[in-house]
Design a binder for this molecule. Structure first.
Ligand code: IMP
Ligand code: MG
Length: 422
């Protein structure tokens, strides 16, 4: 019994934050057709492969169609305040809020053609297959919607550029961002990187390639060039590009701060960061980490010493300790925070990207969540800082800057196709 309990804790309680329940559930539904149909031939004759993959494709598609109907049902119940009665909610208690319906069957066909899902005999539909089908379905839904998408926000590291680097002029994602701006869509970078200097120079250095290309772009109007914003420190520092001067201009918090954020008292903020700092100091000593603490105005980080690095397990141990240590403290009752693993470091920031995205939506004219999309790479439920953006807008979960380019390419294509329809 004791062993069972321990295994339960390790397998579920301590690892569940790394799993996405919705994706895992879809995967489990797809394993039925995979076992029964995908593996039903045992020769490599092309006729046999085609026959069994047609079967598998049809059955996978049926599953996606059925899930699409469950999402549709959940979406309509939400609108009536009856979300707890949804069958999807019953099956998956952790399911979040849907800001659009999701055309999952169509999205499956597209990704099946790209990833040979139903032709595969030995590798079952994977987490990444499902994640990418959900992404395609999300951008399709936003393109089809009668309420046009008005804001696309991006995480920085790993989403727009490799971890710790800068957004360079030649980065292909910039062409697609220009495409969004050209279609009248606002673009926001919502990053954890927190620099409080009102000059915005650190962000200009980080994002210089994008800012310069926007300013020099010949097909954007002057108004469209002003539609780039940067929200730093999750939700703490807002800047707007001046398309004429190429400078990022500081926006006063009174113009965008949400009422609930205004309630976070300066003393309470510093008290929470003090506690996070002391937890980190204790962990550095207790775990013999080659790391130091960096304290900022609205965040505190545990970063490796020069020339050193921390392994994933160490980083995760630090995140989970910070998360739990702060959660049980009274200080977290008065201020919201997020603790996350940045890939090579760990940060505790004041607020989270839900507030970052919502503040931008408010600032840009009360944009509803269903007309707003956040693209990010960190969507595990604990220790990942894009996750909270799910509460504020539609989301797309990428695994690399290359995937961001791909999904934007797809999104722009669907947007153009839907505009061509009568
Ligand atoms: P994001 O992926 O754009 O959200 O950026 C996350 C990365 O920004 C982290 O991994 C850190 O290395 C870096 N960073 C720099 N300053 C801060 C800060 O104040 N808070 C959190 N992350 C920061
Ligand atoms: Mg990131």
């Amino acid at each position: 019994m004791q062993t069972e309990l321990t295994r339960y804790r390790v397998e579920y309680a301590l690892k569940s934050h790394r799993r996405d329940e919705f994706i895992e559930w879809i995967k489990s539904l797809l394993s039925g057709p995979f076992v029964l149909h995908a593996a039903s031939f045992n020769s490599f004759k092309s006729g046999d492969i085609a026959k069994s993959s047609t079967q598998a494709r049809r059955r996978y598609a049926e599953i996606f169609y059925d899930i699409e109907k469950l999402v549709e049902d959940q979406y309509s119940l939400q609108a009536r305040g009856l979300q707890d009665q949804g069958r999807l909610k019953l099956l998956l208690p952790s399911i979040g809020w849907f800001f659009t319906e999701l055309p999952l069957e169509r999205a499956f066909y597209i990704q099946d053609d790209r990833r040979s899902i139903s032709q595969r005999r030995l590798v079952s539909p994977s987490f990444n297959d499902v994640r990418r089908i959900l992404n395609t379905a999300q951008v399709m839904a936003l393109s089809d919607s009668k309420a046009p998408v008005r804001l696309v926000t991006f995480d920085g590291d790993v989403t727009l550029y490799p971890d710790g680097s800068n957004l360079l002029q030649e980065n292909p994602v910039i062409d697609h961002i220009l495409g969004l701006l050209q279609r009248g869509i606002y673009v926001g970078i919502v990053t954890a990187a927190g620099y409080s200097a009102k000059s915005g120079e650190m962000y200009m250095e980080r994002l210089g390639g994008l800012l310069q290309r926007v300013c020099e772009c010949e097909f954007l109007t002057s108004e469209q060039k002003n539609n780039v914003t940067v929200m730093g420190g999750e939700c703490n520092f807002l800047f707007r590009l001046n398309g004429q001067t190429g400078l990022l201009e500081w926006v006063e918090p009174k113009d965008w701060l949400l009422p609930e954020m205004a309630e976070w008292e300066p003393d309470a903020i510093q008290g929470l960061l003090d506690l996070a700092e002391s937890i980190m100091i204790t962990l550095i000593a207790g775990m013999n980490l080659n790391a130091k603490v960096v304290r900022k105005e609205r965040g505190v980080g545990l970063v490796p010493l020069p020339g050193q690095s921390l392994c994933r397990e160490e980083l995760e141990e630090v995140v989970l300790n910070c998360q739990r240590g702060l959660e049980v403290s009274k200080r977290a009752e008065k201020v919201n925070f997020c603790a996350f693993n940045g890939g090579s470091d760990v940060w505790v920031d004041i607020g989270d990207k839900r507030y970052g995205v919502r503040s931008l939506q408010k600032f840009l004219g009360d944009i509803p969540a269903g007309q707003s999309l956040h693209v990010g790479d960190q969507f595990a439920s604990i220790g990942a800082n894009d996750y909270k953006a799910r509460l504020a807008s539609c989301t797309v979960w990428v695994a690399s800057p290359e995937e961001t380019v791909e999904i934007l390419h797809e999104f722009l294509k669907y947007l153009d196709e839907s505009h061509r329809l009568p």
